[in-house]
Design a binder for this molecule. Structure first.
Ligand code: NAG
Ligand code: NAG
Ligand code: NAG
Ligand code: NAG
Ligand code: NAG
Ligand code: NAG
Length: 484
């Protein structure tokens, strides 16, 4: 590990990468589930407990999905001593009861507040109440705080003003003595990727995601090229809109502090299966937090098989923590109804000398795509000068071993019956709980983390793949071992 990090710094990519988080949390991007995308304000204790149980029984917990996060609309305001109170109708047993339950299941408890006078749904905000609210959250056993940006009373407009507003809560959380993952949600205003690494574990870098592949929407006016100076982050941002924005600064995400591309929409119904595969692949490749946002109690086979793919999760949780970078982006003739008709190639270093390659087809027809080793290894030496270009590579398809419908349905049926699926003691082939994450499995070459070998590339060669409309080829290159 130390050796890998040293090499990385010598490569001159990011000295910050070697630093542990300011609070020791989210050394790899956080994983979990949040109420908002599927339920908005329609939340209660029963939903949280049923979802937590499902996370355990479906095997998601043992893939690393740890935090169960209650978003907006849980509050009943403040009592006479100024302490936030949970809504007694939605959470009749209180929040400490809920966190005890989650902790007994081996999960973490997440909650939500806002760095403004009100939350986005107009419940009490925490601006000016940071210390007492942080203490309340800590007293409830909270492990994670998502901290929003509505009604901020004009305390934005320069990076320093916004930094100070978010730092106040960071300081208050730290003062409680309880490690609480701090998820900053200020939609990319005032460039959080420049200043949030030392106060937060992640920061939203765009307006809110909407469950659509590439449909433009006036409510999300910034498109990508202008992300760094977006005056109105907005909402209803398509998946491709957010991807094209983060493309400008993937390297700002470092261990303990990540670019947050917003919560996952996988399973909510607005995209095709291929489009959700793109969504999940790119969030993993860019090291965004992976926070599921669907109704897990009604998960279907296809959704389960996307969210549970250990070969893709191993990219997200890779100990080298290097995000993928966009090496090229071309506009192609075939536009779909909404999008720009584009294809992209992303690559990024993985631990063990492996390389991630993503061929993304956002055009409207299936196509054969390719990428040269020279482009893939550009940062190791431009123009084909990298030593990696002169060697042979085995190509592994990280989606090839996605569980089939029959297996997924057996896992879902067993979870509903509250039993262990037959022959599914380790349904997805990897147990991140037992191994303390993904590093051990990668070091030991656990097959489930590497997908399926589908070919090889000669020195100076090209990686090629058939990529369907609105889909990706997500590939891991591993140095070909020369037989002696
Ligand atoms: C207000 O809530 C806090 C925390 O739940 C509690 O400790 C305190 O006693 C409450 N105050 C009153 C006046 O009920
Ligand atoms: C508080 O901050 C200090 C200094 O960065 C750090 O060492 C400590 O782990 C933090 N504690 C918590 C509970 O976050
Ligand atoms: C690689 O892709 C380009 C652009 O789509 C295409 O023109 C070229 O023929 C492809 N080459 C191979 C070897 O597939
Ligand atoms: C899995 O199920 C979905 C939904 O019923 C279906 O569209 C898809 O073709 C199935 N996949 C396979 C590989 O059979
Ligand atoms: C499922 O089984 C576990 C262990 O036997 C038990 O603790 C839990 O309460 C059960 N859950 C439901 C929803 O029946
Ligand atoms: C994963 O490992 C944990 C800890 O060793 C164990 O409690 C759990 O049952 C395992 N999960 C599966 C699905 O085997």
């Amino acid at each position: 590990m130390a050796f890998i990090r040293t090499v990385f710094i010598l490569a001159g990519l990011a000295a910050l990468r070697a630093n542990a988080a300011f609070n020791g949390l989210a050394i790899t991007p956080q994983m979990g589930w949040n109420t908002w995308n599927a339920f908005s304000c329609d939340i209660d204790e029963r939903l949280i407990l049923e979802t937590a149980q499902t996370i355990v029984e479906l095997g998601f917990k043992d893939l690393g999905y740890h935090y169960v996060v209650i978003d907006d609309c849980w509050s009943a305001g403040r009592n006479s001593t100024g302490h936030l109170q949970p809504d007694p109708n939605k959470f009749p047993n209180g929040m400490d009861f809920l966190s005890d339950k989650l902790h007994s299941m081996g999960l973490g408890m997440g909650m939500y507040s806002d760095a403004g006078s009100l939350t986005c749904a107009r419940f009490e905000g925490s601006l000016g109440h940071e210390q007492i609210d942080a203490q309340t959250f800590a007293s409830w056993g909270v492990d994670y705080l998502k901290y929003d940006n509505c009604f901020n009373e004009g305390q934005s407009g320069t990076p320093l003003i916004t930094y100070n507003r978010y730092k106040t809560m960071a300081t208050a959380l730290n003062a409680t003595g309880r490690p609480i993952l701090y998820s900053i949600c200020n939609w990319g205003e005032d460039y959080p990727w420049k200043w949030a690494q030392t106060v937060g574990n992640s920061w939203r870098m765009s307006g809110d995601i909407f469950d659509t592949f590439d449909k433009p929407d006036a409510r999300c006016p910034c498109t990508g090229e202008d992300a760094f100076e977006c005056q109105l982050p907005g909402w209803h941002c398509s998946m491709m809109n957010i991807l094209n924005k983060v493309a400008l600064f993937p390297e700002k995400g470092v261990p303990g502090a990540w670019n947050d591309m917003d919560m996952l929409e996988v399973g909510n119904g607005g995209m095709t299966d291929d489009e959700y595969v793109v969504h999940f692949s790119m969030w993993a490749a860019l090291k965004s937090p992976l926070i599921m946002g669907n109704d897990l109690r009604k998960v279907n086979a296809q959704t389960l098989s996307i969210l549970s793919n250990p070969a893709v999760l191993a990219v997200s949780q890779d100990p080298l923590s290097s995000p993928a970078f966009q090496r090229w982006r071309y506009y192609v003739g075939d536009k779909d109804e909404y999008g720009q008709g584009e294809i992209q190639m992303w690559s990024g270093d993985l631990s063990g000398g492996d390389m991630l390659v993503v061929l993304l087809n956002a055009g409207d027809k299936n196509r054969n795509m390719n990428a040269t080793l020279a482009d893939i290894f550009w940062d190791h030496g431009p123009g084909g000068t990298a030593t990696q270009v002169k060697q042979a590579w085995d190509v592994y398809d990280l989606w090839a071993n996605r569980v089939d419908n029959a297996t997924a349905n057996a896992i879902i049926a067993a979870a509903k019956a509250n039993t262990t699926a037959p022959d599914n003691a380790l349904p997805f082939g990897y147990n991140a709980t037992a191994n303390g994450g993904y590093e051990a499995g990668l070091t030991q070459n656990v097959p489930a983390l590497f997908g399926k070998k589908v070919g090889s590339v000669r020195p100076n060669g090209k990686v090629t793949a058939e990529v369907r409309r609105h889909s990706v080829a997500m590939l891991r290159l591993r140095a070909t071992k020369v037989e002696l």
